[in-house]
Structures are given as structure tokens and as C-alpha cells.
Design a protein around this ligand. Sequence first.
Ligand SMILES: [Zn+2]
Length: 292
Amino acid sequence: MNRARPEPGGGAADAGGAALPGGGGPRPRPPRAGATPPGLLARVRAGGVAALHRLADIVVPPLCLACRAPLADHDSLCADCWRQVDFIRPPLCERLGIPLPFDAGPGAISAAAAADPPAYDRARAVARYEGAMRQLVHGFKYHDRQDARHLLGRWLQGAGTELLSDADLLLPVPLYRLRLLSRRFNQSAELARELSRLTGVPCDPFVLQRTRRTPRQVGLTREQRRLNVRGAFKVAADRVGMVDGANVVLVEDVITTGATVEACARALRRAGAARVDVLALAMVTNPLHLPA
Ligand SMILES: [Zn+2]
């Protein structure tokens, strides 16, 4: 399975400055009198692009996406933060996506999944909800750190390879309207949109709707969380046809007890979804360690 891996140095979006137009193209033409030699033109253009990149670095200097320490490249983490991201790696429980202590073969499920099977088919997450991943999620959710979206999108793509290969639709977990207004954007929708851009799987943030406002889940027990969100989601009446018979992937920032994605999955099943998978940035893998 193709897991997300650290990319020291990050895949900066501005890499590849060498592929500039005008540098030794396929149509060599004799230089006219007074014309700029093509090689010089390429060097001038390259110099201009490099200067623009330097200017961008001055205006928005590259910072670690988690701890904001200065870096050489945009779109990455410092070495300390990389070490702190606890990537979830196989062997995994086929259903819950939590790490298993040993490889019991394909399709193996955990004792937790056997005892209390989830309403969704499979969940996968990039990393445990700890350390730098927790900082990244918080920064993205509450502090408008939109610069992290490219890295987070690539990580989701890596962690969700199996789920995305034959997915029909990406669906972000919706916020209630008032909360959306107060926070200005829905972090799950931003992640789903970035993932859609990377994979080509369509994304629709208006399929799932919250039917009522639910108290925040923070500080609640597993059972309280379950009751809190029970029946809180529905598929929009004009979009049931998109869900019926489709393989859908729910996109979420953090799976804590799974209560929210369970409630979403039930609503999608009622609308006829063929398969409901869940893809998240982070997961609380030990229920005794619920975040406060
Ligand atoms: Zn850092």
C-alpha cells in the first residue's frame, strides 16, 4: 500500500524553473541583425523568474507549516516537526484503519471493529492526532493557515489510495450554517476540494446537510458523542440521485470516536450509497486518549 511519506525539502510548487520558454527550442532560426541571441533571452527570462521567486520569499518567507520556524522551501515542515508526525502505517484494521499489532493478512479487522462494526466500510487517516499533526490541523481549522492545504492534500491522497481508486464522489463533513459563518470556512470542504483537484474525483459540499445544530463534541464521552450527532445529517433531497449506487468517500479533518462520520455514513446508506469510506488527516487511535 502506498502510504504518505515525509518529503524532506517539500515539493515546492515553484520547482522546475529550468523549463522556461525560449531556451534552445526545437526551431533554430538564424539570428537577425540586432536580434537578441536566444540563449541570452532565456537567461534574462530565467533571471526574471528567479527574481520573482526571491521577491515572493521576501513577501511571504517560507515557514514550517506547523511551528512557523523559517525554512528554505515553501510548503513543507521543519525536520523537528517531520519527526513528530506519527504516520499511520500498515498493517491496519480493514474497517477502522487503526494499526494492528501484527500482519494478519489482507482484510484482517481489529477486535474493536468486530465487537462494534462501524456504519462505514473503511476508514483511513494520515497520522495520529498528536504532535505536529495536531498543530497542523489546529492551524488549518482555527487560524486560517491555508498555506498547508497542498501538503495536507498530498498526504490525504497517499493515505487514501485504496479508497480513491474507484471512488465516485468526495463529500466533506458539513458544518452547521451558523458555525460555518463564525469560522468563515469549512476545513473538511477545503480538504475535499484540494483532494478533488489532485485526483479528479468530483467533490460536492452540498450533498450532506446538517439538520440541526449539535453541541461541540469536545469533552464528551464516546456514548455522549454518539447521541449528540444521531440523526443530525441528511442527504439533500435534490442530490439523492448522486449518492444512490455510488462509492462515496467522506472527507474529515479528525476522526476522534468516529461518531460524526458514523452519523454521516448512516444518512448516506439511507440514500442508497453502495460504499461509504472515510478519509481523514488524523485519527485518535486510542479511545482512552480523547483530546480535551
Ligand atoms: Zn516545525
